[in-house]
Design a protein around this ligand. Structure first.
Ligand code: IPE
Ligand code: IPE
Ligand code: MG
Length: 245
């Protein structure tokens, strides 16, 4: 029996963000190299995208590589970048066929040129797709994003494109790399870690959090349904009291 029957189709989160963690430990448990875990993580990515598209989720943000991940051994970074290129090569057609658009957030200019080129191609090719939008967080960290937003805002102020009165929460949000994308309703982290590791600090202000000990390569459609069912039991009060909702 699938948990999909227990998902309330009228209360699907518009935006799900996932910290896909635990690939290394998954590989270690099997006595293999870390990259083997990353490779197996790709099928979990596919499952999360498919399930999200089927349920009518509008945005799915996947934390794929953090700014801090640049501090990993070069051999692992290189392997992750190659895996990204290979995955784009094999999956682009399926994305387009399923009307799925791809976007990125983060300091993508710091990625290797070949990766930037591949990403540019798939973003362009999928730009007219109107179904699910998949947002890959690459070379992303929230403090980088907020600092970068502040810098650009100061520049616009100095060059007189905006005034002090223009600076509202909405305006500030428009300087983020997530500009135009609604805040996540649900944030999931796998692998049993209870932290957000510099992910969407601004945007997660009122998101519901779901933590699971499942390692990312084992995260399948049923695991996503489980997270959504849990989310659907929550009361999102946004500061109000129950009776006001
Ligand atoms: C998540 O898995 C993938 C990336 C951060 C790129 P990890 O590689 O962090 O796996 P663990 O946490 O070491 O198990
Ligand atoms: C967070 O996972 C980043 C990604 C999932 C891409 P990490 O494994 O890098 O996070 P920490 O170091 O355990 O906090
Ligand atoms: Mg990790």
């Amino acid at each position: 029996m699938s948990l999909i029957d227990s998902v309330n189709k009228r209360n699907i989160p518009d935006h799900i963000a996932i910290i896909m963690d635990g690939n290394g430990r998954w590989a270690k448990q099997r006595g293999t190299q870390r990259i083997f875990g990353h490779r197996n993580g790709v099928s979990a990515v596919r499952a999360a995208i498919e399930a999200s598209a089927e349920l009518g989720v509008k945005y799915l943000t996947l934390y794929a590589f953090s700014t801090e991940n640049w501090n990993r051994p070069k051999i692992e970074i290189d392997a992750l970048m190659s895996l990204l290129i290979n995955t784009i090569n094999t999956e682009t057609e399926t994305l387009i066929k399923n009307n799925i658009a791809l976007k990125t957030i983060g300091d993508t200019q710091s990625l290797p040129k070949a990766v930037q080129k591949k990403l540019g191609e798939v973003i362009e090719k999928s730009s007219k797709c109107t179904g699910l939008t998949v947002i890959l967080a690459l070379s992303y960290s929230s403090r980088w994003e907020i600092t970068n937003a502040a810098k650009r805002l100061v520049k616009d102020y100095t060059e007189k494109r905006i005034s002090m009165e223009d600076v509202t929460e909405e305006k500030f949000s428009s300087y983020m790399t997530t500009q135009g994308i609604p805040d996540p309703d649900l944030m999931i982290r796998t692998s049993g870690e209870f932290r957000i590791s510099n992910f969407l600090l601004w945007q997660l202000a009122y998101s519901e959090f779901y933590f699971t000990s499942t390692l990312w390569p084992d995260f399948d459609k049923e695991e996503l349904y489980k997270a959504i069912i849990d989310y659907q039991k929550r009361e999102r009060r946004f500061g109000k009291i129950s009776e006001q909702l």
